[in-house]
Write a protein that binds this ligand. Structure first.
Ligand code: BES
Ligand code: MN
Ligand code: MN
Length: 457
């Protein structure tokens, strides 16, 4: 990095932080329709930040739902590589509100952390990428590689609009590599590159028994309780060892090779860290796999929510007529979301007793992502980590999903570099989400180093 760039970064910190705080004040919750205007405001804010950074062709792209934001800087020359940078400006809902120590959309600094919804997922991490570009354009006046930037406001719902856009704008987005900071590093001093993310398939299950709620004295013992029927159905989806019982669920799962098991065994993250981060009393799941293997390379089926009957204060002796659950799977290579969804639906209908009616409504699906490690852009990322952190990055797979990643890989044929700057205890999606500010500033240096290294074949 040039001296002028380093000096610029040193004197820009308070302004960069002020900008992040400004962006975090916008409650851009993509899954709640009443926040659609806020998602739009966050997109407009982003277009202004990209303009300030010196990027060109800044565009707010309207879609059927939430807008996309595009920008580029393409003056590094035809022989220089092209990097597509991705981020998302939508956030998860903030509930339960009473568990936050400060209001989620009034960013508060606590020690080295900035606490707010979206702080690390993903506004903070996205702004790191923009600030790296800004520092170079405002000092050196150019970038070492061609850069395209795209961000979406639907990542936390399903990423449908960006999927449609990528499929129809392949030439516009063409790139040699895609850089994404929307994940964790294992510690503030341990850079971490992900080479895999899990996919998803989700549905809502409805169980209907009687035509309306019934007196449990008059009908108890003769009419199947919808809550009970739902609980029986859901309980049948796992066996006592934690394996999913849906026929065919594991058929396509790509086996871990010995090489990969060795690689993952070296990840300095285990049961102790997971117990600390989660606050749970014990570890659960498939005992024949390590926790790193289980979260990265094994599929799951989770009951995200279940409701029905009387849940208010006090007591109501009722047989509920209807009960519902939201279920989602994390999928791994080479599971096909559609095939898994069909197998789950089939199994649920097969298990459904004649005493109730079961219906399954699909919400969405996205395939898993896995990348080869031997690519120029990955080598450039490794060199950048060494330069800025003085250590080699850890390579691992993560359990989270970024729906569009697989599509970037398939349609653009680009190398995906997942360089996370969050921390495992950042409380993504949870109360008191935070971003560790040393990661913000050092992350900017890391991204600058990556851009420089990417230009060196
Ligand atoms: N940034 C996360 C994904 C993530 C988290 C990747 C941690 C790696 C480590 C992303 O914003 C996210 O939460 N995705 C959702 C997608 C879903 C709503 C379609 C997820 O994984 O639940
Ligand atoms: Mn994210
Ligand atoms: Mn998220």
């Amino acid at each position: 990095m040039e001296v002028s760039t380093a000096a610029y970064l040193a004197e820009s910190r308070s302004r960069q932080l002020a900008e992040l705080i400004d962006w975090l004040r916008i409650p851009s919750i993509s899954t709640l329709p009443e926040h659609a205007a806020d998602v739009h405001r966050a997109a407009v804010w982003l277009t202004q930040a990209l303009q300030r950074a010196g990027l060109e062709h800044v565009e707010l792209i309207e879609t059927d739902l939430h807008p996309l934001v595009y920008a580029d800087w393409l003056h590094a020359g035809p022989s220089a590589p092209t990097l597509l940078i991705y981020g998302h400006f939508d956030v998860q809902p903030a509930d339960p509100l009473d568990e936050w120590h400060a209001p989620p959309f009034e960013p508060t600094q606590r020690g080295d952390d900035l606490v707010a919804r979206g702080a690390s997922d993903d506004k903070g991490q996205t702004l790191v990428l923009i600030k790296a570009i800004e520092a170079l354009l405002q000092t050196v006046g150019r970038l070492p590689v061609n850069v395209k930037f795209i961000a979406e406001g639907e990542e936390e719902s399903d990423g449908e609009s960006i999927a449609r856009y990528v499929a129809t704008h392949t030439a516009k987005l063409a790139a040699d590599a895609v850089l994404i900071s929307d994940s964790h590093m294992l510690s503030p001093s341990q850079p971490t590159l992900l080479y895999g993310l899990r996919g998803m398939w989700g549905c809502e299950i409805t169980v209907r028994g009687a035509a309306h709620d019934l007196h449990s004295g008059t009908f108890g013992g003769v009419i199947h309780n919808a809550n009970q029927a739902l609980a029986e159905l859901l309980a049948a989806l796992h066996d006592s060892t934690g394996r999913v019982t849906v026929p065919g669920f594991y058929d396509a799962v790509r086996k871990l090779t010995d090489t990969e098991r060795t690689l993952l065994a070296a990840v300095p993250h285990g049961e102790r860290e997971i117990l600390d981060e989660s606050g749970a009393p014990a570890i659960w799941g498939e005992a024949e796999f390590t926790v790193v293997e289980r979260t990265g390379a094994r599929p799951t089926l989770e009951i995200n929510g279940m409701w029905g009957g009387f849940t208010g204060t006090g007591f109501k002796t009722v047989i509920p007529s209807e009960a519902r659950a939201k279920v989602s799977c994390r999928l791994v290579p080479d599971q096909d979301p559609e095939a898994i969804g069909a197998a789950i639906e089939r199994y649920l209908y097969q298990l459904a007793p004649p005493t109730v009616q079961v219906s399954v409504q699909k919400s969405f699906g996205a395939p898993a992502f896995i990348a080869p490690l031997d690519a120029p852009a990955v080598h450039a990322a490794v060199r950048a980590c060494r330069r800025v952190y003085n250590v080699d990055p850890v390579f691992m797979r993560e359990g989270g999903s970024i729906p569009v990643v697989n599509l970037f890989q398939q349609t653009l044929g680009a190398t995906i570099v997942l360089m996370g700057l969050g921390l495992p205890n950042d409380n993504m999606h949870a109360p008191d989400e935070k971003f560790h500010l040393p990661n913000f500033y050092r992350g900017i240096e890391l991204v600058i180093a990556f851009l420089e290294e990417l230009a060196q074949p």
